[in-house]
Design a protein around this ligand. Structure first.
Ligand SMILES: [Mg+2]
Length: 465
């Protein structure tokens, strides 16, 4: 029996803007960051922070630097709802627990089911999954994949989606894949379940030389799928895509994907992509606002009818909840669906989204380009493959900052290595936490260094309109 006795939050920021890692058309200078939610319990096994067991139940959201403190504050507003509760009670009927955590009427007002409060819900929910999986000595993907279809469906709150997917229908969809699950489990245990794609070469702030050498390096590592950021300048995009195609070729079995990070309006997205169509991308990711369901449908329709090459539309990393995903699917607005592990309300809502994608037969390609995201999404893609779609899909792997994690995501021979450590894999090394905590402690955190002071100062003096 494990009882939750308290919680803490930590604001961890890496100064990735210094070398332009993570730069795209909308986010030219991101500092990859994480708002951590750490659950304290009365159990010696799951450990208190001060015992140094490296086994703390934790979760994180992904942020870009400034604003991480806002997410930490929202976690602190929400987390008291689980303090004093038994883990067994919370996990006995997960769907009910999720509805409870999402229903505080005062906190709901600053959502509902969107924005910072929803990210905080995701952090709290994922921390509970991490705790639960650690007490079961299993990775999260295994905990979920060993559930019966009925238990799986009981994790989900079907409010607002049961007009297109009922619990009974969801159970039926899961049952269809049960007989072939063992075969897929074999692939999972042999690290052949989740093929990887890379964005490491494609950040917009990189020079042409860096683009060229990183792409070369990635092809040598066995990658077959490459994603490049676009949308800042059309001529520059054409030049960068030319370089990319020079290296990965058109007929060497390599696939190119593009990501505009919401920088365009609908018509601009269509005309810009018509110009880039000769480079034959598989899809354009986030062509416009993630809230514009009909706009996505319009872009998809326009790009479908291009002569010679059909370009798909992908979105999801900033789609707020299962309801918007439902409508994107109902409108036929997506070719690929990209849920984010921590923007929506944690794993329970991700499971709902996987089921919706299965119903509409749309492949799931989770958003994974951020610190700690591949650590989460490797579980999600494994669950999708084993239990929900039964199909292999590609999963983003960005080779940044993994050294800070106790159980980092890894890619081998073009596949994600299946995580086997108990939990949800996002626990960070204590020295990394201390070394990059914001604002941090003098002489311990990088953010107290002279280099950091310069960076912080330069941001305070940017020119406004
Ligand atoms: Mg993206």
């Amino acid at each position: 029996m494990v009882k939750i006795t308290g919680f803490s939050t930590r604001d961890i920021r890496f100064p990735t803007s210094l070398d332009m890692a993570g730069s795209d058309a909308m986010n030219p200078a991101a500092d990859y960051s994480a708002a951590y939610c750490i659950i304290h319990t009365d159990s010696t096994y799951v450990g208190h922070e001060d015992e140094g067991t490296n086994n703390n139940p934790v979760s994180k959201t992904f942020t870009l630097g400034r604003g991480t403190e806002v997410v930490c504050a929202a976690i602190s507003s929400l987390a008291p709802m689980v303090v004093g509760k038994e883990l067994d009670t919370l996990s006995a009927n997960w769907g009910k627990t999720w509805r409870y955590l999402n229903s505080d009427s005062q906190l709901r007002w600053i959502g509902p089911e969107k924005g910072v409060i929803h990210m905080a819900l995701g952090a709290l929910v994922n921390a509970l999954w991490d705790l639960w999986a650690k007490t079961l000595h299993k990775p999260v993907w295994q905990v979920v994949s060993e559930m019966t279809p009925e238990e799986f469906v009981r994790c989900i709150d079907f409010r607002y989606i049961d007009d297109v997917l009922t619990p009974a229908e969801a159970i039926q969809l899961l049952r269809e894949l049960e007989p072939s699950k063992d075969r897929r489990l074999h692939a999972v245990l042999n690290n052949q379940a989740v093929p990887a794609y890379t964005t490491s070469a494609g950040w917009l702030g990189y020079t042409e030389e860096k683009l060229r050498s990183l792409l070369q390096e990635c092809t040598e590592l066995g990658y077959k799928h490459f994603k490049l950021k676009v949308g800042r300048n059309l001529q520059e995009d054409k030049r960068r895509l030319e370089i990319a195609r020079e290296i990965i070729g058109y007929d060497k079995g390599n696939t190119l994907m593009l990501d505009a990070n919401q920088v365009w309006s609908v018509q601009e997205a269509i005309s810009w992509m018509q110009e880039l169509a000769p480079y034959k991308p598989l899809f354009i990711e986030e062509p416009t606002s993630p809230d514009d369901i009909l706009g996505h449908a319009q872009v998809k329709e326009a790009l479908k009818s291009l002569p010679g090459h059909r370009i798909g539309v992908a979105t999801g990393e900033m789609v707020q909840n299962r309801i918007v995903f439902k409508q994107l699917l109902q409108q036929g607005a997506l070719t690929y669906l990209q849920p984010d592990a921590c923007r929506v309300g944690g794993l329970n809502e991700v499971l709902a989204i996987l089921l919706l994608a299965r119903k509409f037969d749309i492949p799931v390609v989770p958003h994974s380009g951020g610190v700690g995201l591949p650590e989460y999404t490797q579980h999600i893609s494994t669950i999708d493959f084993l239990c929900v779609s039964g199909n292999q899909s590609i999963l983003e792997y960005v080779d940044h900052l993994h050294e800070h994690f106790l159980h980092p995501a890894r890619v081998h021979d073009g596949y994600h290595v299946t995580p086997l450590a108990p939990g949800y894999s996002v626990e960070m090394r204590p020295d990394s936490m201390e070394g990059f905590e914001f604002p941090g402690v003098e002489r311990k955190s990088w953010w107290r260094s002279d280099e950091a002071k310069q960076l912080l100062h330069s941001r305070m003096t940017y020119e406004g309109p």
